[in-house]
Design a protein around this ligand. Structure first.
Ligand code: PMP
Length: 295
């Protein structure tokens, strides 16, 4: 079913709109000039995991693009919760998006209204479930994450996803599941929709998120690892170092914790640290849902 022709409702500027009618005009600033920011959240057992952090990040991403979402974080939370309830799913993906409207057409858009919509759908597994267990195959992207002086590189802004789509398409053409992007300096950055972690001698190494998205799942996984007494080192990682790591995994709201078996010429064997964190993350999101239901 294409995404513009589904059943249900979408929260659109404060009202529930039939799914197929949740349209914007072709002369929308967000479409022409990428003045849009979004979030990706997951509900487990009817409860959205880390909802407040996601919706706060949405507000901050908008500010990085120079606009203010005309709703408080509490109102955005409520929109997400109510849309999830209206859609009637227990486990689902939640997509808020904010964008500049159509009052002015041109690069400048000071007078444009800011719109917000929230859509909820079922998105069971981001990667092929069979491949996901063995570890996915990832290519090294040719495109790089931009210098923070070139773009607001820490915002979850739609325009930055141009780099991700180009990289993901190139990887999929070669039979890979995803692509790992380096940053403008040549350091390991992130995958097209997830952060990356490596393991060597029981220690986790992950790039410092100074020019790419500091994932909410990333922070959760670092917390879970430290709770287990596993050391986590955030530092600059060069691609040549990939030869020396034993395990590799990626994580994100949609991807959850996904083992990686290959990145270009480098090989990894999903091992104990990866399995532990896959299980701990799955337990954490379910425990969060249970605790919220009991409260
Ligand atoms: N990097 C990119 C490019 C992403 O799209 C995502 C998914 N939002 C992530 C990292 C992981 O972020 P999070 O854990 O907050 O979902």
């Amino acid at each position: 079913q294409p995404f513009d022709r589904r059943d249900g409702v979408i929260w659109f500027d404060g009202k529930f709109t039939p799914w197929a009618d949740a349209n914007v005009h072709v002369l929308t600033h967000g479409l022409h000039y990428a003045s849009a920011v979004f979030e990706g959240e997951r509900a487990y057992g009817g409860v959205i995991f880390k909802m407040r952090e996601h919706n706060q990040r949405l507000i901050e991403s908008a500010r990085m693009l120079g606009f203010e979402i005309p709703y408080s974080v509490e109102e955005i939370d409520r929109a997400c919760v109510e849309t999830l309830a209206r859609q009637g799913f227990d486990d689902a993906y939640v997509r808020p998006i904010a964008w500049r409207g159509s009052e002015m057409m041109g690069v400048a858009a000071q007078q444009n209204a800011i719109h917000l919509a929230v859509a909820v759908w079922q998105w069971p597994s981001y990667f092929d479930p069979a491949e996901r267990l063995k570890g996915i195959r990832v290519d090294l992207a040719e495109w790089r994450r931009p210098d923070p002086r070139t773009a607001p590189s820490k915002a979850k802004a739609t325009g930055l996803y141009m780099i991700c789509t180009l990289s993901k398409h190139a990887a999929e053409r070669k039979g890979y599941a995803d692509a790992l992007m380096l940053d403008w300096r040549g350091q390991v950055a992130e995958c097209t929709g997830a952060n990356v972690f490596f393991v060597k001698d029981g220690v986790i190494h992950t790039p410092t998120p100074d020019c790419f998205l500091d994932g909410i799942t990333r922070r959760t996984v670092i917390g879970l690892a430290r709770k287990r007494g596993i050391e986590v080192v955030e530092r600059a990682i060069m691609p040549e170092e990939l030869a020396g790591f034993d395990e590799c995994f990626i994580c994100g709201t949609a991807a959850e914790v996904t083992p990686v078996s290959e990145i270009a010429q480098w090989r990894f064997t999903p091992g104990e640290v990866t399995r532990t964190l896959m299980d701990d993350y799955a337990a954490e999101v379910r425990a969060h849902a249970k605790a919220a239901a009991a409260a």
